[in-house]
Structure formats: structure tokens, C-alpha cells
Design a protein around this ligand. Structure first.
Ligand code: GDP
Ligand code: MG
Length: 441
């Protein structure tokens, strides 16, 4: 809530704007940090360029340096890129039995992740899961999955020696239907590198089962390679999401950013160890902090922004509660309303004002009216805005004409201003700004 409400006071927190030079200097550091985190060069370059455009001219919060401010902007931009659409942990597993196809290079962590996900589906979502290994090349691979299945209490398809992957997939599908399973997961074989035979095999399996989810498992420590692998698999097979493994290692996880930027596919989970519960949904802010490696700076800027917002909010509230609510304040409120989706958006958040907001809304208050009201205020002189009591008939006529509106429109605006000013004053008497603090929580 403090974030949304804080926006109201945005204009007051401006202490100066980021110059192009500030931004360039800070972004040089950021670029190095990204490359060190194994973000691929073109992705880092594009990203920095985009942020440069965004950041130049932005406000610098008091008590932080321009460089620190840029780092915060970069951090937020990283989160934006990393965040896919929808709920990261959600898999499409309706319409039982839902097939999930697990693909990736050998050693990326497919089998382990298959087990982890099965456990999660079973325990968190209450699904009945069937596992099947299609890895016919390494005899131990099928046993590995069977052992994992036993360990987590999930059924595995009985092993029939000599069957081809496509036939195993067919059998798994059959078994899933007959056994009344909600989900069946196919753990495919990997290769050390992408090759045609592997791709063809996975394509054939895909065509047999029409997976609801095709999850690419990639080693988060492999950086560049991970991105190439993701592109290749997505082009040939079509993936619905990515699982990044070995994020418990000391890599900085730049692959996550490259992967998102290049494939546009959501990263759904991260693997954080060898154990069966070492799987978490992908949290963009955590990874962003890690990629940038400047978490301290981000925290510092956030703290400074919070402090200032709270200070400004309090100062402003103090003025309001003394009845000092002028036309500039009203204009700011109106502009915020436009941004925040109308009257109810903003006033609904202030205790005691929700009802009034509703009244105004019911009276047919919409964006075009707000815009017309802002135009009226813009048509006032500085003095008039600071002191609306000055507004006598002749001034009213001039202002209304200046905004291309009627005096009656202006009167309505003035009435609203008075009501709001009264309301603020009353709030002050009731709680001396305590309420505001509460609303900021
Ligand atoms: P597959 O060939 O793709 O099936 O890979 P495996 O699932 O057999 O995993 C290969 C190795 O990586 C195993 O020793 C796993 O325990 C290990 N592994 C898998 N995921 C993770 C992870 O998230 N973190 C760590 N540290 N090790 C992992
Ligand atoms: Mg395997």
C-alpha cells in the first residue's frame, strides 16, 4: 500500500534529475557486473541501452548518489525482464492425465528435477503422479528414476527392457489413463550436446503425448551454453517453461536474464540442491539481486525512498490537517487519480474518504471530468492556486473562459475542493496524522 500511496507524493521527492553523464558512468559498472554474472554480451548491451533511455532525466532521491539511483533503476528493470507472465509456479495440469515432458542436455538435472516436481505436485497440489523414464541409453538412468520415485512415494512406470522411447511414452499414457493418474511426467534422455537424433526422438515423443507442459531443464551455471540450448529446444520442440538448476552454486545466474531475453519463455523453477525438496518457484527479485551483486545499494536506495516518502507524506498531511489544502494540492490529487484509475483508487485508501469517493463516482465522475477540472486549475494564476479564497466573480469568469468551460463547472470544482479540505481537517482532529501513517503501512 505504501508503494501506491507513496506515488501521490512522488513530485515532492524530486531533488534533481539524473543527467546523461550520471547514467552513463553508473551503467558502465552495471555492464561489467552483468557480464561477470554471465549474462551474454548482446543481452547485456541491449539491456543497458534500454535502461539508459529510461533512467536519463529520472529523479534522484535525496541522500543517495546518482550512481546508487541508477543501480536501483537497473535492479527494477531486471526484475521486469525476468518476470514472465502469470504465476511462476503454476503448471497446466488440468484435464487428467496431463503429460509433462522434461527435456534438456545430459547432466542438466532432468531426472532430479522430475523427482522434485513430482513431489511438489503430489504434496502441494494433491496430484497423483506417474513417472516414466525414456532414457534407454543409460541402463542406470531408469533405475535412478525408480529409486527417486520410491523415495518420494510416487509411482514409476514398470521398466520393460528393449523398448524405444516412443513406445515407452505410449505405454505411460495408457497406464496414466487406466490408473487414473492426474499427471504423467516423461523424463527424456539427454545428450552432451544437441544433436539431430536426440531432437527427432523428443519430437516423436511430443507428437505421441501432446504435452501440456514441456519444461526445459538447464544448468544455471553454464551461462552462454544454456541460452543456446534453450533457443535450440524452443525452435525444435517448443518449450513452455524453463527450470534452472544448480542455482545453489556460486554462479550469479546471469543465464536467467539471457534466457528470458532471448527465448521469452518463463523461468518457472530453480533447483537449489540435490535433495528432493530443493526446488523453488522462480523469484525475479532474488535473482535480480544476485545477478547485479549490488544488493546493498538497492536496499539503501529503497530505504532512502521510504524515509523520504514517509517524511513528505507526514509534512503534507500536517499541512492538510491544518486546513492548508490548496489548488496545487488538489491538482496533484486529481492527476494521481487519473494515474491510479479514478477517484476510488486513491480516496478509497484513505480512511474515511472511501464513502465520499463513492459519492463522487456515483455522480458520474470520470476521467474526462478529472481532465476538465485539471484544466480549470491550470487556468488559475499562481496566487489563486495557493489561495482559492481570492476567487471572486470576475476571476471566476476569466478562469472558466480560459479553460473553455462554464463558471458553474468551476463552482463545482471549488465545492469539491472545500469538501476535501474539510475532510482533511476533520481527519487531523481525529487522529493527527496517525491515520495517514496507518494507511502507509
Ligand atoms: P540428467 O542427466 O539431466 O537427468 O541429470 P540428473 O538429474 O541425473 O542430475 C545430474 C547431477 O546433478 C546429479 O548428481 C544431481 O544430484 C545434480 N543436480 C541436479 N539438480 C541440482 C541442483 O539444483 N543443485 C545441485 N547442486 N545439484 C543438482
Ligand atoms: Mg536423467
Amino acid at each position: 500500500l505504501s508503494e501506491r500511496l507513496g506515488g501521490v507524493f512522488d513530485r515532492l521527492t524530486k531533488q534533481g534529475a539524473l543527467s546523461e553523464e550520471d547514467v552513463k558512468t553508473a551503467l558502465r559498472e552495471v555492464r561489467v557486473a552483468l557480464l561477470e554474472a554471465d549474462v551474454s554480451l548482446p543481452v547485456a548491451r541491449d539491456f543497458v541501452k534500454k535502461v539508459q533511455e529510461q533512467a536519463t532525466g529520472q529523479a534522484v532521491t535525496k541522500s543517495v548518489t546518482p550512481g546508487q539511483q541508477v543501480v536501483k533503476i537497473v535492479h527494477d528493470a531486471l526484475i521486469d525482464v525476468l518476470r514472465g507472465e502469470g504465476d511462476p509456479g503454476a503448471l497446466k495440469v488440468d484435464n487428467p492425465p496431463a503429460p509433462i515432458l522434461m527435456v534438456g542436455l545430459q547432466g542438466s538435472g532432468k531426472t532430479t528435477t522430475t523427482g522434485k516436481l513430482a513431489k511438489r505436485l503430489k504434496e502441494k497440489d494433491g496430484k497423483r503422479v506417474l513417472l516414466a523414464s525414456l532414457d534407454v541409453y543409460r541402463p542406470a538412468a531408469m533405475d535412478q528414476l525408480a529409486v527417486l520415485g520410491q523415495q518420494i512415494g510416487v509411482d514409476t512406470l514398470p521398466i520393460v527392457p528393449g523398448q524405444k522411447p516412443v513406445d515407452i511414452a505410449k505405454r505411460a499414457k495408457q497406464q496414466a489413463v487406466m490408473g487414473g493418474y492426474d499427471v504423467y511426467m516423461l523424463d527424456t534422455a539427454g545428450r552432451l550436446q544437441i544433436d539431430e537424433v536426440l531432437m527427432q526422438e523428443v519430437e516423436d515423443v511430443r507428437d505421441v503425448v501432446s504435452p501440456r507442459e514441456t519444461l526445459l531443464v538447464v544448468d544455471g551455471l553454464t551461462g552462454q551454453v544454456a541460452v543456446e540450448v534453450a533457443e535450440e529446444f524452443d525452435n525444435k520442440i517448443g518449450i513452455s517453461g524453463v527450470v534452472l538448476t544448480r542455482m545453489d552454486g556460486d554462479g550469479r545466474g546471469g543465464a536467467a536474464l539471457s534466457m528470458r531475453a532471448v527465448t521469452g519463455k518463463p523461468i518457472k523453477y530453480v533447483g537449489l540442491g540435490e535433495k528432493m525438496d530443493a526446488l523453488e518457484t522462480f523469484e525475479p527479485d532474488r535473482i535480480a539481486g544476485r545477478i547485479l551483486g549490488m544488493g546493498d545499494i538497492v536496499a539503501l536506495v529503497e530505504k532512502a525512498q521510504e524515509t523520504i516518502e514517509a517524511e513528505q507524506a507526514e509534512r503534507m498531511m500536517k499541512r492538510f490537517t491544518k486546513g492548508q489544502f490548496n489548488m496545487n494540492d488538489l491538482k496533484m490529487q486529481l492527476e494521481q487519480m487519473l494515474k491510479m484509475g479514478g477517484m476510488e483508487g486513491i480516496m478509497g485508501m484513505m480512511p474515511g474518504m472511501g464513502k465520499m469517493a463513492k459519492q463522487v463516482q456515483d455522480a458520474g465522475f470520470d476521467d474526462s471530468i478529472i481532465k476538465r477540472q485539471i484544466a480549470l486549475i491550470q487556468s488559475m494564476t499562481k496566487k489563486e492556486r495557493a489561495n482559492p479564497a481570492l476567487l471572486q466573480a470576475s476571476r471566476k469568469k476569466r478562469i472558466a473562459a480560459g479553460a473553455g468551460q462554464q463558471v458553474s463547472d468551476l463552482n463545482k470544482l471549488l465545492k469539491m475542493h472545500r469538501q476535501m479540505a474539510d475532510m482533511m481537517k476533520k481527519m487531523g482532529k481525529m487522529g493527527k496524522g496517525k491515520m495517514m501513517k496507518q494507511a502507509m503501512k
